[in-house]
Design a protein around this ligand. Structure first.
Ligand SMILES: Nc1ncnc2c1ncn2[C@@H]1O[C@H](COP(=O)(O)OP(=O)(O)OP(=O)(O)O)[C@@H](O)[C@H]1O
Length: 570
């Protein structure tokens, strides 16, 4: 339950304090209103004050000092004015809660995105995309709702405290009775709160599983449909939908059980309270009426706090799930190498590098060199470690032993961000965004002008088809580039890598989807880029092997093969 308070204190920015201040002032105003209730009733029931208790007499003397006539009219005006002030301040509190809620959602999303973007590459291999998608969309909104409910619970808690104080002033014995009864109600309903939390945790987990399956299934829907296997796949969905349905139903039932149980429990407690006051304590009628109102309010306010907390608990799991995700990502934060500026005058080399993802070594004391200004091809069996080699060069992975050297300097002593800015990279699995051709090349860089984009498209052999698209550069390429052919997607990915005029170009199977003529054209274009640029291409295609200055056959005892036109660079 403390989690609700933690969420309130950890989030919400300055709005959170305005909320607290206005709630305190509002409850004070309410306190004045409730405090004036007893004199109102005392005047109504007991005009001469003969049977008034000690509190009524204290109130009378305070009102006399303030020159407020002890008449029903002015007392009612105080009561109404206090309640109106309370309502106005409560409005201020809720307005700030609403602003805070929007801030909380935005802040959580920002923190999550920033943590995940700074994480080591290896993190993404273990992280289902659906988990992140669920966190950034659904969980962030639920976390903000949990803040809203936590803030409301705290506001109501202040009200309960005011009622307790006013009750103590009227009669401490009766206040003790009221407080005890309120706490008994809370204790009886507590198991329902725990149950709600359990079910909401399960519900969140089930939703996450469903989102994960959805992102996976729809990312690879084509083979499912092509082999008419989507209906088998439907069973996976059905299983998860059923589990989610059960969790949702149980969560709602535990909430409703608590809500319906509340009223009879409160009334039973009130009956006990009245019996105790009337028969055991023999309290007078006027005090009893006021105390009855106060105790009723105390018990139900404590119940309200509990109900708001229950609601907050059911959303709280989302807040803590995102918190966990951020902590996990922060623990795997990529090292910030801020050494000297990298250069690429001689070449990039791996010097006796060993690397493995788990216990199995993918590279065992492996050495190679890609000379500057030349085209080096990495070829060899699938799974031999070609992509791993380029990931090590990019600093996305770190060797277990051995060094990655740039012009003879270890990569981990250089400025990693500057190094990556020198690189153009085309991955094996192309990632085009659901946006225009232009946006897919500039990646949101406002400084990049259209002429540079067109030059890159020409170099990548893509301009001819882009020109013919209905809206040219401004044509939307569809989800992951689905409105383009495989070869067109490859050429756009190549243009994206070329547009910043990189010193090092890493191409992972860049021409696998191209027809021989287009492949030859692109290969010649890329070959023409050597000299100023260093190029490393992962490919099995003969044309690349023929054009290469150096070829490494990865995973074979004799790794270096093919023409050796380049000179050793380290
Ligand atoms: N994130 C990962 N976690 C665990 N193992 C991995 C991971 N990525 C790659 N591997 C394993 O490391 C080995 C080398 O993978 P890599 O992608 O470097 O091979 P590759 O030579 O580029 O293969 P291909 O030509 O098929 O693309 C493979 O056996 C692969 O199963």
């Amino acid at each position: 339950m403390g989690g609700v308070f933690k969420i309130f204190l950890r989030t919400g920015g300055r709005h959170r304090w305005i909320v607290l201040l206005s709630v305190i002032l509002a409850t004070m105003a309410e306190g004045v209103g409730v405090a004036s209730l007893l004199p109102v009733l005392a005047v109504a029931v007991d005009k001469d004050g003969a049977i008034a208790g000690k509190y009524s007499q204290t109130m009378r003397s305070i009102l006399e000092t303030l020159h407020v006539p002890l008449e029903i009219g002015p007392l009612l005006v105080i009561l109404v004015a206090a309640i109106v002030i309370k309502a106005a301040l409560t409005l201020v509190a809720y307005r700030n809660i609403n602003s805070a809620v929007a801030d909380v959602a935005a802040d959580i999303r920002r923190r999550l995105v920033s943590s995940v973007l700074s994480v080591r590459w290896i993190y993404f291999a273990r992280q289902p995309v659906g988990r992140l998608a669920n966190a950034i969309s659904l969980d962030a909104s639920r976390a903000a709702q949990s803040f809203q409910l936590a803030a409301s619970a705290i506001a109501t808690l202040f009200q309960a405290i005011v009622y307790v104080i006013v009750a103590i002033v009227v009669s401490w014995k009766m206040a003790a009775v009221g407080l005890t009864l309120g706490l008994v109600v809370a204790a009886i309903l507590n198991p329902f709160m725990r149950m709600t939390k359990q079910w909401s945790r399960r519900q969140r987990k089930r939703t996450e599983e469903l989102v994960m399956l959805t992102t996976d299934a729809f990312a690879s829907i084509k083979p499912l449909k092509a082999m008419a296997r989507q209906h088998h796949f439907e069973r996976f969905f059905e299983e998860r939908i059923q589990k989610l349905r059960r969790a949702l139903r149980s969560e709602a039932m535990s909430k409703n059980r608590m809500r319906t149980m509340r009223e009879p429990i409160i009334i039973s407690m009130l009956a006990i309270g009245f019996y105790f006051a009337f028969v055991v304590m023999r309290v007078g009628v006027a005090e009893l009426v006021v105390m009855g109102i106060l105790i009723r309010r105390m018990i139900s306010t404590i119940g309200d706090v509990q109900e708001q907390m229950q609601a907050s608990l059911s959303f709280e799991t989302s807040y803590w799930a995102i918190d966990k995700l951020i902590r996990e990502a922060d623990a795997l934060r990529e090292p910030v190498w801020t050494g000297s500026q990298p250069t690429l005058e001689k070449g990039i080399a791996l010097d006796r590098v060993s690397f493995g993802y788990d216990d199995r070594l993918v590279l065992d004391t492996f050495s190679m060199c890609a000379p500057a200004g030349k085209l080096t091809v990495l070829s060899g069996a699938s799974g031999a470690g070609k992509t791993t080699i380029t990931d090590l060069m990019l600093g996305l992975l770190e060797p277990r032993s051995g060094k990655v050297l740039l012009d003879g300097k270890p990569l981990d002593t250089l400025d990693l961000a500057s190094w990556r800015r020198m690189i153009g990279y085309v991955p094996q699995e192309l990632a085009l965004f659901h946006d225009t051709v232009l946006a897919n090349i500039t990646l949101g860089d406002p400084e990049m002008d259209e002429s540079a984009v067109i030059d890159a498209l020409k170099l990548a052999g893509a301009w001819t088809f882009v020109e013919q698209l209905p809206e040219g550069l401004h044509t939307n390429v569809g989800e992951r580039g689905s409105r383009l052919s495989g070869g067109q997607r490859q050429r756009l990915a190549l243009a994206r890598a070329l547009v910043l005029n990189p010193r090092l170009l890493i191409l992972d199977e860049v021409s696998s989807a191209l027809d021989p003529a287009t492949e030859a054209e692109i290969c010649a274009n890329v070959r023409g880029l050597t000299g100023e640029r260093t190029i490393i291409a992962i490919t099995h295609r003969p044309i690349w092997l023929e054009m290469a200055d150096r070829v490494y056959m990865i995973g074979q005892p004799e790794t270096v093969a093919g023409p050796q036109r380049a000179e050793a660079a380290i």
